[in-house]
Design a binder for this molecule. Structure first.
Ligand SMILES: NC(=O)c1ccc[n+]([C@@H]2O[C@H](COP(=O)([O-])OP(=O)(O)OC[C@H]3O[C@@H](n4cnc5c(N)ncnc54)[C@H](OP(=O)(O)O)[C@@H]3O)[C@@H](O)[C@H]2O)c1
Length: 365
């Protein structure tokens, strides 16, 4: 395999999480290609200490111990010497790092979908102004990115529709009544993907798909009415692009997040992965099924269309309300069905205002 002359210098925000650890797996397997120059973690100090020992970053931040974590993360996201910032922080805590990275004109490998849900219009506008590049790590947007061959924004006029696939999560096929008393343990047991707690619960409510609709809307400049969801239990086809000439592009891979992560890290090249035992698809016996989602039980994607239509600060409120409700559910303070009900109630009482950094800051306080 060809050796890179100059290593790509990476900042990994959220290195102790599911995406963070898998990013480090790729780096570990391709030490000739990448160097970690900065990392952050929040609470998992033990794992972070081991990671720092192994990768020897020049800058390391534990945000739970920082007096001004936002400023410290912002500093890492804007490091002059960084070639790529990987934002693998979970939830609204990751949004300001995205804004910092795009303002500094960085290449941002973005797992933190909440950044685009809360502030998609602003993030894309700043990325355009500062010539920042956003490379999606989330598997569905990554699949679309592969299908449009890197043409993130220019392909829109020739796209008739984009279908995001969803596994349906652990409660696929269940009716509302059967979901009343499901436990956090059941909600966390995702059938195809191994992920952090918040995104696992979001997958169980289909809120994750709601977020991906908004994420796709902004990344690829596609209006909401051209976006659709299809349940695909196998999680092999991650997205479909329906072109205006009647053809359909699909991107497939085994459900393994190291694939979209490596696509973002190696971009514009592609990894040769002899060191990692990446799974492969076996087409000699592959069944692919697609079906319509049950929106009467899983209402979250319907709410995404509503907040996209309304715009302003509403998508940000949508995202924050979900995060708060998911935390309550994980602490067993509310039931599973209360998550989306609480989000709906919050949206109902919110007075919408235009999206701005100031409006976002007010939400964070
Ligand atoms: N996991 C997946 O397969 C997957 C797939 C697609 C997209 N994503 C997206 O990727 C992001 C990360 O997901 P994940 O599953 O990797 O989450 P995770 O396993 O929960 O990891 C989250 C990371 O963020 C850090 N963190 C938590 N709270 C923080 C705070 N207040 N300030 C700064 N850092 C904080 C955590 O640090 P500590 O662990 O040290 O506390 C950890 O490093 C999410 O936006 C998710 O939607 C994930």
């Amino acid at each position: 395999m060809m050796k890179r002359v100059k290593k790509k210098r990476l900042v990994v925000l959220g290195s102790t999480g599911s995406i963070g650890c898998q990013t480090l797996d790729i780096v570990r397997a391709h030490a000739d290609f990448f160097e970690i120059i900065a990392m952050s973690a929040h609470s998992n100090k033990e794992l972070f200490a081991m990671q720092c020992k192994e990768f020897a970053p020049r800058h390391a931040v534990v945000t739970s111990e920082s007096k001004n974590s936002r400023a410290e993360l912002g500093m890492l996201a804007q490091l002059d010497e960084a070639d790529c910032i990987v934002n693998a922080i979970v939830g609204v805590a990751g949004v300001m790092s995205t804004l910092a990275a795009v303002r500094a004109g960085k290449t941002l490998a973005l797992a933190n979908k909440e950044s685009l849900v809360m502030a998609g219009e602003l993030v894309m506008q700043l990325a355009h102004e500062h010539r920042a590049r956003i490379l999606p790590i989330d598997s569905e947007p990554s699949a679309i990115w592969q299908i449009v061959n890197g043409n993130m924004r220019d392909a829109a006029p020739t796209i008739e529709r984009i279908t995001l696939t969803a596994s349906g999560g652990p409660f696929y096929g269940k009716l509302r009544d059967e979901l009343r008393h499901v436990t956090p343990e059941q909600a966390l047991a995702h059938p195809t993907w191994k992920m952090g707690a918040k995104i696992s619960v979001d997958s169980a409510t289909l809120m994750n798909k709601a977020f991906e609709l908004i994420e796709t809307r902004w990344l690829f400049n596609i209006p909401p009415e051209k976006l659709a969801v299809s349940i695909h239990r196998q999680s092999i086809v991650h997205a479909l692009v329906h072109w205006t000439d009647g053809s359909v592009g699909a991107a497939m891979s085994p459900p393994d997040m190291r694939i979209p992560i490596s696509q973002a890290l190696f971009y514009p090249d592609r990894a040769v992965n002899p060191e990692i035992d990446m799974p492969r698809l076996d087409f000699s016996n592959l069944q692919l099924q697609f079906e319509a989602p049950d929106y009467s039980t899983f209402e979250a994607p319907k709410l995404a269309y509503e907040v996209m239509r309304e715009g302003g600060i509403l998508p940000a409120v949508f995202c924050m309300a979900d995060e708060i409700a998911v935390q309550k559910f994980l602490r067993r303070e509310i039931e599973f069905l209360d998550i989306v009900d609480e989000v709906k109630r919050t949206l109902d009482v919110t007075r919408n205002t235009p999206l701005s950094v100031e409006a976002l800051n007010e939400l964070f306080i």
